[in-house]
Design a protein around this ligand. Structure first.
Ligand SMILES: [Zn+2]
Length: 326
């Protein structure tokens, strides 16, 4: 049976509001609203947007409201069927689309810039100061460059191109294409990693100060709140599956790690996003890892197959695994 988007939204809303309810129950927390009559306890189910931390009610699932809860598809969609969570429309619109685009751009242009065989980009080849031809450039196995022209060229471009070919060796030529800023790309990965982490561990994890630190950076992307965003690129050799892991060894860099696969026609990459464990120890290990810049001898434990969200005994999974996996 096909589930429609509104049913999916309702299911996600229910699981995470249950997660919040279990946490409140266990730690004796109450949500309330301050009014003229004083403190009024909220008895309805609530969902807190994991990015802006605003509180939403079930009626905010109605997509006609000003700032409803919206589905956030976390790329890549192959993880655990697909990971879906809700963020408010404002948070989703502000970053979701822009960041997805940046990652696509990065995956496309990065191998070409590194000269990897079979990588391909769309670019403009400048014929002179004013004229250019749009086309596809591909790096071949022998490292030569193949330029695929569009099907039809105006006679003017055709003549200019013929001219360029004749004088190929004497004239420098320029290629123009857009490469995203690496800081922006890393913010995009951090956002995905943070949200995937939330999708596994629920509210207790994102309430921790160390995750608050990541969130504050995500909410103010133009400010450099964190100098290094903890993104690891060379994870291919580790062969770790997508999902949430804990790095248990070396012990001085014990940190959570979200692994995602990103791929394009010419490239498959494994990206790791570091997520600090709780408390001072978690923060120190996270900082140690970042200054180490080496991901060679890591021992990872995969935590992705387990379900913590609405399991009463595991709602503190974020703290529990960090303490107990040694
Ligand atoms: Zn929000």
């Amino acid at each position: 049976m096909k589930t429609n988007r509104s049913e999916i939204r309702k299911q996600i809303f229910d699981s995470y509001s249950k997660n919040l309810e279990l946490i409140c129950d266990r730690f004796k927390i109450q949500f309330g609203i301050k009014s003229e009559k004083g403190f009024e306890k909220v008895n309805e189910k609530i969902y807190v947007c994991p990015l802006c931390f605003k509180v939403f009610y079930e009626l905010d699932l109605d997509q006609n409201r000003q700032n409803p809860l919206t589905i956030e598809d976390l790329p890549p969609k192959s993880i655990r069927k697909s990971i879906l969570i809700l963020t408010c429309k404002k948070c989703n619109n502000e970053a979701g689309y822009k960041f997805d685009y940046l990652i696509k751009q990065h995956v496309k242009t990065d191998p070409f810039l590194k000269g990897i065989a079979n990588s391909m980009i769309s670019a403009n080849l400048n014929l002179n100061d004013k004229k250019y031809i749009k086309g596809q450039f591909k790096i071949l196995e022998d490292k030569s460059l193949l330029f695929e022209l569009p099907d039809s060229l105006t006679s003017f471009l055709n003549d200019s191109f013929e001219n360029l070919i004749k004088n190929w060796s004497q004239k420098p030529f320029t290629l123009q294409f857009t490469v995203p800023q690496i800081r922006q790309v890393e913010l995009a990965y951090l956002r995905i990693g943070y949200l995937i982490f939330f999708s596994y561990f629920g509210y207790l994890a994102v309430l921790d100060n160390n995750l608050k630190m990541l969130r504050e950076q995500l909410l103010q992307p133009s400010e450099e709140k964190l100098k290094n965003l903890g993104i690891i690129y060379n994870l291919e050799k580790k062969n770790a599956p997508e999902g949430v892991h804990i790095i248990k060894q070396p012990v001085n860099i014990k940190t959570y790690l979200v692994v995602i696969d990103v791929s394009d026609k010419s490239l498959k990459k494994k990206i790791g996003i570091l997520i600090p464990g709780p408390g001072e120890k978690g923060l120190n290990c996270y900082r140690n890892f970042i200054s180490l810049k080496n991901s060679e001898n890591l021992e990872l434990v995969n935590l992705s197959s387990k379900d913590f969200l609405i399991n009463r005994d595991f709602i503190n999974a974020y703290y529990y695994f960090y303490e107990n996996i040694n």
